[in-house]
Design a binder for this molecule. Sequence first.
Ligand code: ADP
Ligand code: MG
Length: 343
Amino acid sequence: MEEKQTEISSLGEFGLIEHLTRGIELKNASTVKGIGDDCAVLNYNETEVLVSTDLLIEGVHFDLTYVPLKHLGYKSAVVNFSDLYAMNATPRQITVSLGISKRFTVEHMEALYSGIRLACEIYGVDLVGGDTTTSRSGLVISITCIGDAPKDKIVYRSGARDTDLICVSGDLGAAYMGLQLLEREKVASAGQKDFIPAFQGKEYLVERQLKPEARKDIIQELAKADIQPTSMMDISDGLSSELLHICKASDTGCRIYEDRIPIDYQTAIMAEELNMNLVTAAMNGGEDYELLFTVPLHCHEKIKSIPGIKVIGHITDKSLGCAMITRDGTEIPITAQGWNPLK
Ligand code: ADP
Ligand code: MG
């Protein structure tokens, strides 16, 4: 049974904003003024300022039949933080803009904001503003993230060089398998009253899809080990696509090895259940929010000693193109659509 629901019109736009943002404390020295005036005021002295923005539309980017609003809020914020970490920067502020359709209540928005606020709390980011308006087609969320980094620490996509090692954090394909699982259970639940989804033994997949984390820890580990990546990005569209981005921006080729791609056992079990090629899922499944980066060859020992980072291949001269070496030693070109085992 749904709890008591309050119509947004009972608070009005300003009342809603006040309600959702009450008690927000500012933590970053760069935040001079947060919510409450015509602009937020930020002060950055010596450092470079980085900005990233994301737009999420109900029915296109998320499905509220299986995504809880709190998780949606958390994920919307975290994927923006991930973009900042992918530049080796620190996220400091976000603005949150909402388009809200009639079927949403104050309680729904509270749930969304509890997720956004939790993410800000955990990652040390200040919520400094936004905009609130009416939507005619579901929920629209746009988050802009602002952060900083010393000029000489920023890592672009374009810095990879021949012989650099290609590294990834965590494991790949689980978020995509989580999505397949949630979609399957959604279809199975249609029209049933007390449906219990079959998530047992697959909790990791569901969590990776619904509550991803940004790899702040990896950025910190790299800094501690005094490793400056030559190129980096976060894996939101799948490894194939991101590798091609780095190689294109850096004007290089690459070789990666199928047997080195990190994959969790739950991902493997799910792929088998769905009769899907596991490596395809890991290469092309999106939303892992792991980091893909390159380091100079001489960092090999240091990189190997950091848990949760795997060397999956190396950068080559551009003339060699981008390819994956399979378990039996065959070279398969990596394509924009990702790796296709049937080719
Ligand atoms: P304006 O009329 O200039 O757009 P608003 O009345 O929309 O200003 O916003 C008032 C204040 O509340 C501003 O500081 C704005 O950044 C903030 N704000 C508006 N919507 C949101 C939101 N959804 N989340 C957080 N802050 C918001
Ligand atoms: Mg406004």
